[in-house]
Design a protein around this ligand. Sequence first.
Ligand SMILES: Cc1cc2nc3c(=O)[nH]c(=O)nc-3n(C[C@H](O)[C@H](O)[C@H](O)COP(=O)(O)OP(=O)(O)OC[C@H]3O[C@@H](n4cnc5c(N)ncnc54)[C@H](O)[C@@H]3O)c2cc1C
Length: 375
Amino acid sequence: MKTVCELNQCAGCMACLEVCPVKAVHIQDSIRFYNAFIDPDRCTGCHRCHSICPVHTPPGQTEPILWKQGWASDSTVRKAAASGGIASAIEMSFVRQGGVVYSCLFQAGKFQFKKAENLEIVRQFAGSQYVKSSPEGIYTEILRYLRDGRKVLFVGLPCQAAAVKNFTKSHKNLYLIDLVCHGTPSPVLLDMFLHDQGISLNGIRRISFRRKNQFRLAADGRDIAAGVWDAYTTAFCDAVFYTESCYSCRYAQIHRVSDLTLGDSWGSQLPMPQQKLGISLILCQNKKGKNLLLSAEIHLEEVDLEKAVSCNHQLQHPSFRHRKRDRFFDEVEQTRNVQRSVWKCFPIKFLKKSIKSFLIKQRSSLWKESHGQQT
Ligand SMILES: Cc1cc2nc3c(=O)[nH]c(=O)nc-3n(C[C@H](O)[C@H](O)[C@H](O)COP(=O)(O)OP(=O)(O)OC[C@H]3O[C@@H](n4cnc5c(N)ncnc54)[C@H](O)[C@@H]3O)c2cc1C
């Protein structure tokens, strides 16, 4: 069957589903890759799907004109955020001024895009979800708002921002923020991994992938592997299980697709106490980006762009396809067990993790014993 973009290179933005007037496209997530298949019996050959696909037809990308590092002035906003809370602070000022914000939130087991016109929903956007999110169903709605004269801010991954840009033909009322992106795995892998831990993705209310500079998975406030790296985070940080398209992502570079780009300010030379609270890297590509920054309640500092880029490879090239990726997927397809498949690919890491877990448990039982003796 024909596909919208090259076979196995679909980024999962879902825009082709919405643009097709005869509903001839369907997306298949086979965990190694996504594909947007075209039903030949329905397709009329209008090529709308090709024209909005961010892989087939990438929109223009530009170099930053301004770069800063910073954080939200409100300490509660900064605390709840992934890094410095710049995204949250800008989203808040945007809705206060009557605009509509679209971004990703975790709800009922899904990582989907929602609309926010008030602070309550914007607050729920805070944090980074290290999984492929789905903007399905929002494109037509965004276009309708723009045509009605409303200002719309979209905050998402670079491929998703590119799809929104294509779909809306870079409408003058559209504001785009993209995140520096390492790559994303299918949410099916996260679901499988949590299932191994006796947790149902559908059954939890909150999920967190990091606490500032500490990367680890927690469900409803409970760490999956207390004090040590869990298998999901290991595979995410080592770029083992992203969907195939992420390893050739054309948006992982310094020329950006959006008005503003946000990431972590790795390599920052600001004092350590500030770094522990979270500092965002900000790349501004144009006047719209500058306006977003000027309107938000944020604190900005100078940043050394060369150093920031050298500490963040996604601003130079996509993540490298891990040499154990195929082996990992072969294992998962056989066992349906993500944890076992990760540790089978990384036996030394597993050994180190097991020793550390053992020492943590020993220390805690010793502490309990001595505490019990004292009282
Ligand atoms: C999958 C992924 C990979 C990343 N990789 C890197 C990296 O390699 N290097 C780097 O410097 N930064 C990376 N980031 C960006 C970083 O984690 C922070 O999102 C960024 O620094 C902004 O922080 P903040 O405190 O301003 O955001 P916050 O104020 O916490 O707001 C976060 C915003 O991001 C949106 N968001 C969260 N998860 C997703 C998702 N899966 N899809 C779409 N939108 C989402 C939220 O809805 C919210 O609007 C990545 C983010 C994601 C989601």
